[in-house]
Design a protein around this ligand. Structure first.
Ligand code: ATP
Ligand code: MG
Length: 796
């Protein structure tokens, strides 16, 4: 009866309540940012469990990022306790991996398939394109990859693509697509798009399988529905069904929430069509609108509203809030990106000092990942604890990828891309030619590369010289020893240690004179730590599962917690663009010191999140909006939605900043103010510092351009750092710490730089954060470099 669950409903407004209580036909909740859409989803789950007697195992909730999934699970657990563990709360990708592993037999594939990320997939496409003799200038792998991905998002297979090809490029791309799929299959691997597409195929080709899951998941809930693409939409539709099946299974209940103004993944094929035509896709559907914003101040909301209002062809919706005007938005025009980062750091420091905020209340946003470096540099210098969300960087390091490639070969011997990656790493005398000979043999015999290697050992590969054959034999023997170790069931971390020892990877780095290799070793140790933590984490999962009395059935398709496949799955999925590189998936809480850390991330990653204090940085035309969008109305509209997302993450305070000069590709670029700055009503903005010369709004410059801040914090004389050091702050540990030291260089010093090689310092200039050195790199010429932060250079 209603009264009993009043607690689940009483802090909701009437529209939210209606969405939570709704039962039966498909439900769409559309509303602007911060209006409680995600809260409705979470509450709805709790209500299903608490008031409608739904079993947790009948619930499938789909979120856009792993972080969002972790948060939702946590919220629900707060409301219903451990019972929540039996639900499926995951991203589309994780959910598909799980389904595909369970149903691998049906699809006649093996359940230990590898998941290829963008980089692996590009490598494979490069190989395919080369074998098809395509000119890499006309057919760059990246472009082919994008093209194939778009086709998959539209659920078009290679044959269909070939049949539909309208020009030469599309015909060749379709050819690459076909061959790429063949090699993926041979390597027992899938890329991210395949995960979705194959699951759709599974449901469409095997109605009984679809029905099984429809019977099982009576409730499907999807957050951020505006960012689903055609393949994901079809997947949802297959999952819930649209009519009663012959054996009497009714469609499952579907609830999706979204906001067309926050659609920011068109580049991955997302389409707001899915929101706009929900009622056509699901004729009985009901739509509920939410209008009250509970997140932001009126000032922030007004800024967001007036920016997004510039977009054409949108349904206007006016959000309101009862929370009052709050602070004005603070604007800042910096001389360059270092100055901008220094402003952000000093402002965070000041707010923290006044006791106004904790570090964990603060987020710094930028448009593209590479912008994080400057912030990291200054944060490290000042000892401001932070973490970068986006995690790809650690997992993109060469040594980390090498180690993971070994593990992937151990989990899936057919994984060609990984196998070829480590074939001669560290160098063991299997050169390019030997590799090519084996690859050709594999092609000709239509066997996998792994099988061809074994053929080589048996002496069945012609044209292979004896020395290569011997090297291959000992490599295969090495792998066999490692397979045995995996079979014996030791922990992932120990397998990894064994890989590093037995391959000689570790000793090679240890013996190296190159100081960069020391940091490579540290990264590998870090990876071992990740693996150890993973095992500990898995142990708790096992305990929780036991307590949650999960369906026996549920264990199928999930790699055994703690196992090598489980570890690799975790790593692939967290290395997917939007996630965090730690097995706990939590915010970097700091143990006893609960001030937490400042979060740095791209705006894309920030979707769905909220922070009391937000710094929007790099608001320059050419940066945000992105250069690519400047002449393109559709892309510009997407950038504007991105700006809307950025602004609406802020609860109490919002900062927007830009730099007059920013270096891009090693060149200083003078960037004009972002047009989005002009779209924020001037009366909402308080410009803390303006550009020195003429101009209007957007920090263009006016007599108000007093640079008091610059003097007060005195970055020129290092007093800010001194101040922080004096208060005894410490910086937290994080990945990448090791290669971020300030270099003290003098004229005549010898250095080694990652890109330029060996050099000699010819002059130095500036001090503290502004220190630079001009270095003669011989053949690479003379280069002037900044000396703080993650300089890819060491003093010899
Ligand atoms: P976004 O579009 O950014 O994803 P959203 O619509 O999903 O936003 P939520 O994140 O669910 O919004 O909610 C925004 C904030 O407002 C959260 O802090 C949430 O707890 C709070 N909130 C939502 N509804 C209410 C309510 N009825 N009473 C009090 N607080 C609420
Ligand atoms: Mg949300």
């Amino acid at each position: 009866e209603p009264g009993k669950h009043a607690d689940l409903l009483d802090d909701l407004n009437p529209a939210q309540r209606a969405a939570v209580e709704h039962s039966g036909p498909p439900l769409l909740v559309v509303a602007g940012a911060g209006s409680g859409k995600t809260r409705v989803l979470t509450r709805r789950i709790a209500y299903l469990l608490g008031a409608r007697n739904v079993h947790p195992g009948q619930i499938m909730a789909i979120t856009f990022t792993n972080k969002a999934a972790a948060e939702m699970r946590e919220r629900v657990s707060e409301l219903v306790g451990r019972r929540g563990n039996a639900m499926w709360v995951s991203t589309f990708h994780s959910m598909c991996v799980r389904l595909l592993r369970r149903e691998a037999k049906t699809l006649e594939m093996s359940s230990n398939f590898s998941i290829y990320d963008a980089d692996d997939s590009r490598r494979l496409i490069t190989l395919v394109a080369r074998d098809l003799d395509l000119d890499p200038k006309r057919y760059p792998a990246r472009a082919l990859g994008g093209h194939i991905s778009n086709l998959k998002n539209e659920l078009l297979d290679a044959e269909t693509a070939a049949a539909k090809a309208a020009n030469d490029y599309e015909r060749r791309a379709a050819e690459v697509y076909g061959e790429y799929q063949r090699r993926l299959a041979q390597a027992n691997a899938m890329d991210f798009d395949d995960l979705i597409m194959r699951t759709v195929e599974l449901f469409q080709a095997f109605p009984d399988v679809a029905e099984h899951y429809r019977r099982r998941f009576r409730h499907v809930l999807v957050d951020e529905y505006q960012d689903t693409n055609h393949a994901q939409y079809t997947l949802v539709r297959e999952l819930v069904g649209t009519e009663r099946t012959e054996s009497g299974v009714e469609p499952s209940e579907l609830c999706v929430v979204g906001d067309a103004d926050q659609s920011i993944y068109a580049f991955r094929g997302a389409t707001i069509r899915n929101i706009e035509e929900f009622e056509r896709d699901f004729p009985a559907a009901r739509t509920i609108l939410l209008e009250q914003n509970y997140r932001s101040t009126q000032t922030i909301l007004s800024a967001a509203n007036s920016v997004i209002a510039r977009n054409p062809n949108r349904r206007d919706k006016r959000l309101w809030t009862s929370s009052g005007d709050g602070e004005k938005i603070v604007g800042y025009v910096a001389d360059n990106e270092h100055d901008e980062a220094a402003f952000v750091a000093s402002e965070i420091d000041a707010l923290a000092d006044q006791g106004e905020v904790k570090y964990s209340d603060v987020a710094v946003f930028y448009r593209t990942n590479n912008q994080s470096r400057v912030f990291e540099e200054i944060f490290i210098r000042l000892g401001l604890p932070y973490r970068v969300v986006g995690g790809v960087r650690f997992y993109e390091r060469r040594e980390v990828r090498d180690a993971l490639a070994y593990l992937r070969v151990l989990a899936n011997p057919e994984d060609t891309v990984s196998l070829r990656r480590v074939l001669n790493v560290p160098k063991r005398g299997i050169g390019d030619r030997a590799e090519a000979v084996v690859a050709t043999h594999a092609e000709r015999e239509r066997i996998s590369f792994a099988a061809a290697l074994r053929e080589a050992v048996a002496g069945n590969v012609p044209l292979l010289n004896p020395r290569s054959q011997r090297s291959i034999a000992s490599f295969v023997q090495l792998l066999d020893g490692l397979y045995e170790l995996v079979e014996s069931g030791v922990e992932v971390a120990d397998v990894l240690e064994a890989v590093l020892e037995r391959t000689g990877y570790r000793s090679e780095l240890e013996e190296s004179e190159d100081p960069q290799d020391a940091s490579r070793l540290e990264n590998l140790d870090e990876l071992v730590t990740v693996a150890r933590e993973f095992t500990e984490f898995a142990d708790t999962v096992l305990e929780e599962q036991a307590e949650a009395e999960q369906d026996v059935d549920d264990a199928v398709g999930v790699p055994e917690p703690g196992s090598l496949p489980a570890f690799l799955e975790r790593v692939s999925l967290v290395a997917d663009a939007d996630s965090i590189p730690s097995p706990d998936g939590e915010d970097g809480e700091d143990g006893e010191e609960d001030a937490g850390v400042v979060t740095l991330m791209t705006v894309h990653t920030a979707k769905g999140l909220e922070y009391p204090v937000v710094f929007g940085t790099g608001w320059e035309d050419g940066v945000f909006p992105h250069m690519r969008a400047l002449g393109e109305p559709a892309e510009l509209a997407e950038e504007r939605r991105l700006a809307y997302v950025a602004i609406t993450r802020a609860r109490q305070r919002l900062y927007v900043s830009r730099a007059l000069v920013r270096s891009a590709w090693g060149q200083p670029m003078t960037n004009p103010a972002s047009r989005f700055l002009d779209e924020i009503p001037a009366e909402l903005l308080d410009w803390r510092r303006l550009a020195p010369s003429n101009g209007s709004g957007s920090g263009g410059g006016s007599p108000r351009a007093a640079t008091t801040w610059g003097r007060r914090s005195g970055f020129g004389d290092d007093s800010a750092q001194a101040g922080i050091a004096a208060r005894g702050m410490r910086s937290t540990s994080f990945k990448g710490w090791k290669d971020t030291v300030a270099l003290n260089l003098d004229v005549g010093d010898r250095v080694s730089h990652d890109k330029y090689g060996l050099g000699t310092v010819v002059s130095t200039d500036g001090s503290g954060p502004r220190a630079t050195a001009t270095i003669d790199f011989g053949a690479s010429g003379k280069v002037r470099l900044m000396l703080i932060g993650s300089v890819p250079m060491v003093k010899l």
